[in-house]
Design a protein around this ligand. Structure first.
Ligand code: PMP
Length: 346
């Protein structure tokens, strides 16, 4: 735990967790603050969270009865895995994908089967489906857009997965949905085997609150809600989320800004790729992050580290950079240029 404290203090620029770089608007923040004084500290939080569900249903084009609210979408993913996985059960996902899938599946004694995405720009859906069939998986879960590759499957492609595995549950983790724009939410009643998860941690810029959603048809929800721990979303988070959810137009505005920054950052990184004296590669993304690969990762991480910049490192030759503010992006670009482009001089 001490590590977290020192990491936070040491890095001035933290582009490792795919948070939004845009803080809450001042006027909404004032409204939030004035509401916090009404909380009854001696009472448990509201458990049904109907108002939050109604507001999120309106935003996402679904119904309150199709939504469970949890302590981040992490809790929702854990709820699904703990309810459906166990000894002898297998879950199909991709490699790479969100690291917590491995953690939960192993925690609950299941086995994870990962379809390796060799070439990020050429994901092969047929192979993914065949791999799932070959291993006779019980559950399928993947993030769309994918964290960390930034790759996104189309609605049509996901419908093929749903049609192929009609008797298995398919979980589409849409943590980064807003940066992509295509969602499976509208299919929850047509496909009874579909569950979608969402969060306020990314495009909504509310990672501190830990509020996430599980969205599915009422029969799945009925089953899962009986397995959920009560009171996991505290009263403060609920009060703040309730206010933030009244202003969805803020999210649209912020997402447009972040996408603009993502494309500017990507263009600069591709320029570095073209002119670098050592190998480095960047991949286009539908999320608020950009994945890269290099065989000189130590040089990259050490060089950025010296400048107080933290990015996400993975075990292999890949890494991921969260889209930051214009200034943060400028600093990370300068930092990578300094390491990868020979500057000349005496
Ligand atoms: N899914 C994906 C793909 C993520 O990247 C993350 C956070 N990094 C989560 C789920 C969890 O988000 P939260 O618990 O904050 O809602």
């Amino acid at each position: 735990m001490n590590d977290y404290i020192s990491i936070d203090k040491k890095y001035q620029i933290r582009l490792n967790s795919n948070e939004s770089y845009i803080d809450m608007d001042n006027n909404i923040m004032l409204e939030i603050k004035s509401n916090l004084s009404n909380i009854d500290l001696h009472r448990y939080p509201e458990n049904s969270m109907l108002e939050i569900r109604e507001l999120y249903a309106k935003y996402s084009g679904t119904e309150a009865e199709n939504i469970i609210v949890g302590n981040g979408s992490d809790e929702m993913l854990q709820l699904i895995i703990s309810s459906l996985m166990g000894k002898g059960k297998k879950m199909l996902t991709m490699d790479p994908d969100f690291v917590m899938y491995d953690f939960y599946v192993s925690l609950f004694g299941g086995e994870i089967k990962k379809y390796k995405v060799n070439n990020i720009s050429e994901f092969n859906l047929d192979e993914f489906i065949d791999y799932g069939k070959k291993h006779n998986v019980d559950l399928i879960m993947f993030s769309n857009p994918n964290n960390p590759t930034g790759l996104a499957l189309s609605v049509k492609e996901i419908v093929r997965i749903l049609e192929t595995f009609q008797d298995k549950i398919i979980v589409v983790d849409e943590a980064y949905y807003e940066f992509y724009g295509e969602s499976m939410i509208h299919y929850i009643n047509e496909y009874k085997n579909l569950i979608v998860t969402r969060t306020l941690s990314k495009a909504w810029g509310l990672a501190a609150l830990r509020v996430g959603f599980l969205i599915g048809n009422t029969s799945i929800l009925e089953y899962l809600s009986h397995k959920k721990i009560p009171y996991t979303v505290n009263s403060y988070s609920q009060a703040m989320a309730l206010i933030a959810l009244k202003y969805p137009e803020r999210v649209i505005k912020n997402v447009n800004q972040i996408i603009k920054q993502r494309e500017l950052l990507f263009k600069e990184l591709k320029n570095i790729e073209k002119n670098a004296s050592m190998d480095i590669k960047f991949y286009s993304s539908k999320g608020n992050f950009i994945m890269g690969s290099t065989s000189h990762k130590k040089a990259l991480l050490d060089g950025l580290n010296d400048k107080g910049i933290l990015i996400r490192n993975f075990q292999n030759d890949t890494f991921r950079i969260t889209v930051g503010s214009p200034l943060e992006n400028k600093k990370v670009i300068e930092g990578i240029k300094d390491i990868f482009i020979y500057q000349g001089g005496e």
